[in-house]
Design a protein around this ligand. Structure first.
Ligand code: FAD
Length: 445
C-alpha cells in the first residue's frame, strides 16, 4: 500500500489510530513534541476500558488499574449529597496517565508505527488548500494524510486556510481551566465520602473535587477563566474546613492544565487532514472526559481511511468519519454542550433548588461511559418527568430558564440530525454556519 500517514501528537486518540492504520499496512509515523518519558501528567485518569477494545487495543495488565469509586455530588449550599450508583458492568477504570501512554505506545510499536519524539510541529505544510504534511521548525514532513491529534490548541487546526471551513478558535466559556494536585493526607479525619464533588463551590463559578485515598487527597479545581496559585490557596482553605485531612505537602501533580468542553468541531476534515480527540473537541462537555471518545473516534477514522480505496483522503472521502462520529457520539455531546452552557448561567440558589427538591437525583449524577446523550443522562420515565416539571413550576424564573434550555437542546439535536450525510462544499458550509450560529447565539444569552 505504502501510503504515508503522519499522526501529529502522541495522545490517546493519535496513538490508537496510528496503531490501527499501521496494522492495516499504511506507513505511519507519530510526531510528538515531548520526550517519550515525559508524556502526559503526573496523575491518574478515569476512562471506560471497553473503548480500548473498540479501538483494537488490548486491555492493560490488571495490576495497572483499579476501578473508579462512585462520586458524591454537593450543591453550593452543601445541603444534600447525591452519590452515583454506577452499575458493575459500566464501571470505569483508574490508571496512571503515563501507564496508559506506555501501553498504547508499546501496542503501536508492535503494529509497526514509527515515532519521532521531541519534534515540535509548528504549522501545516500546504499545497493550495490541501494539507500535504507538516513543518517542525525548518524541517518538512510530507504525507498523504495528516491526522491532527495535537490537542485543543493544535498548531495545525488553528492554521488551516479559511477555505477549509475548519473552526480555529474554541469560543468563549468553552475551556475548563484546571488545577490538580495530590496532597499528603494528614491527621486521622476520615471523610464520609471518598470522592466528593462540589458544584458551584462556595457560590463561585467553580467545581472542586476531593478524592481521598489511603495516603493522599487528590484535589481538582475547575474554573472557566485562568486562575493562579493565590486562588488555589483560597479554594484549599475552603475545602479544608470540611476536609481537614488535606495536608500542605504536594506529593504529585500541582499543575495547571486546560480541557476543551464544548460541542464537537463543526468540520473535522479537509483535503489531506482529519482532526481527532481534543483537537476536534471530543470530550464529554459536562465532565471533560475525552480518553474513551478519542479511542472510539480513532476506530471510526481508521475505518474511513481504509474504505477510501483510492487513498484520495479528501474532505469528501473523509467526511464519512465525521458523520460516523456524530452518529455515535457527537450529536449527544452537542446536546450536552447546550446543557453545560446553560448551567454556567445558573445561580447557586437554582442549583440548590434542583438538588433539594429532588429534581436531580442519584440517577442523573450517575454519568458513566454509557452516558452519551441527555436521554441516557436523565434516565426518567414520563411520569417522573411530569412530576419533576410540576416541582419546577413553583419557581417561575427557573421554569423559564429550563424551558429555554429545552428548546436550545431540541434545536441542537435537530441541527445534528440535519448534518449532510455526504460531502459537498455548499451543503457542508450551509450546515456549518447554522450549527456554529446556534451555539454562538446560546452563549450570547
Ligand atoms: C487535568 C486533566 C484531567 C483529565 N482527566 C481525564 C480523565 O480522567 N478521563 C478522561 O477521559 N479524560 C481526561 N482528561 C481529558 C483527556 O486528557 C483528553 O481528552 C484526552 O487525552 C484526549 O487525547 P488527545 O489524543 O486528543 O490529546 P492529548 O492527550 O492532549 O495529546 C496531545 C498530544 O499532542 C502533543 N502535541 C501538542 N502540540 C504539539 C506540537 N505542536 N507538536 C507535536 N506534538 C504536540 C502533546 O504533547 C500531547 O502528547 C483530562 C484532561 C486534563 C487536562
Amino acid at each position: 500500500m505504502g501510503k504515508t500517514i503522519l499522526v501529529a501528537g502522541a495522545g490517546h486518540g493519535g496513538l490508537a489510530v496510528a496503531a490501527d492504520l499501521a496494522r492495516k499496512g499504511y506507513d505511519v509515523t507519530v510526531l510528538e513534541q515531548k520526550a517519550e518519558d515525559a508524556l502526559g501528567y503526573d496523575w491518574t485518569d478515569i476512562f471506560a476500558p471497553k473503548a480500548l477494545i473498540d479501538a483494537g487495543v488490548p486491555y492493560p495488565s490488571r495490576s495497572l488499574y483499579s476501578y473508579k469509586e462512585n462520586m458524591t455530588f454537593f450543591p453550593p449550599a452543601q445541603s444534600v449529597a447525591l452519590t452515583q450508583q454506577v452499575p458493575q458492568d459500566e464501571l470505569e477504570i483508574k490508571m496512571e496517565r503515563r501507564d496508559i501512554y506506555a501501553h498504547l505506545i508499546a501496542h503501536a510499536r508492535r503494529c509497526g508505527v514509527q515515532f519521532r519524539f521531541e519534534t515540535q510541529i509548528t504549522a501545516p505544510l500546504l499545497l493550495g488548500s490541501r494539507v500535504c504534511g507538516v513543518y517542525a521548525g525548518d524541517e518538512k514532513f510530507y504525507a498523504d494524510l495528516v491526522i491532527d491529534a495535537c490537542g485543543m490548541d493544535s498548531p495545525l487546526r488553528t492554521a488551516l486556510p479559511a477555505v477549509c471551513g475548519v473552526e480555529q478558535a474554541i469560543g468563549t466559556n468553552n475551556t475548563a481551566y484546571v488545577y490538580r494536585a495530590f496532597y499528603a493526607r494528614t491527621g486521622d479525619f476520615a471523610p464520609e465520602h471518598n470522592y466528593e464533588v462540589y458544584i458551584l463551590h462556595q457560590g463561585r463559578r467553580e467545581l472542586a473535587w476531593v478524592a481521598t485515598e489511603d495516603d493522599i487527597a487528590d484535589v481538582l479545581i475547575v474554573r472557566f477563566a485562568p486562575f493562579g496559585m493565590d486562588e488555589v490557596q483560597t479554594v484549599l482553605d475552603d475545602l479544608r474546613k470540611k476536609n481537614p485531612h488535606i495536608g500542605e505537602q504536594v506529593v504529585r501533580g500541582g499543575q495547571f492544565a486546560k480541557i476543551p468542553v464544548r460541542q464537537p468541531l463543526s468540520v473535522m476534515v479537509a483535503d489531506g487532514y482529519a482532526a481527532l480527540g481534543d483537537s476536534a473537541f471530543m470530550t464529554v462537555p459536562l465532565i471533560g472526559s475525552g480518553i474513551a471518545n478519542a479511542l472510539k473516534a480513532s476506530h471510526i477514522l481508521s475505518r474511513t481511511v481504509t474504505d477510501d480505496k483510492d487513498c484520495a483522503f479528501t474532505a469528501e472521502t473523509l467526511w464519512k468519519y465525521q458523520v460516523g462520529y456524530f452518529r455515535l457520539l457527537g450529536a449527544g455531546y452537542a446536546e450536552m454542550a447546550c446543557l453545560k452552557n446553560a448551567l454556567l448561567t445558573m445561580e447557586p440558589a437554582e442549583i440548590d433548588f434542583l438538588f433539594e427538591r429532588g429534581i436531580l437525583t442519584e440517577k442523573q449524577v450517575t454519568i458513566t461511559a454509557n452516558t452519551t446523550n441527555l436521554q441516557s443522562m436523565l434516565k426518567m420515565t414520563m411520569k417522573e418527568l411530569v412530576d419533576r416539571a410540576k416541582k419546577v413550576c413553583t419557581d417561575k424564573i427557573l421554569l423559564t430558564k429550563i424551558l429555554r434550555i429545552a428548546s436550545q437542546i431540541a434545536s441542537a439535536s435537530a441541527l445534528c440530525a440535519m448534518m449532510p450525510r455526504t460531502w459537498s462544499p455548499q451543503s457542508v458550509r450551509k450546515w456549518t454556519v447554522s450549527y456554529n450560529a446556534a451555539f454562538a447565539k446560546q452563549q450570547r444569552g
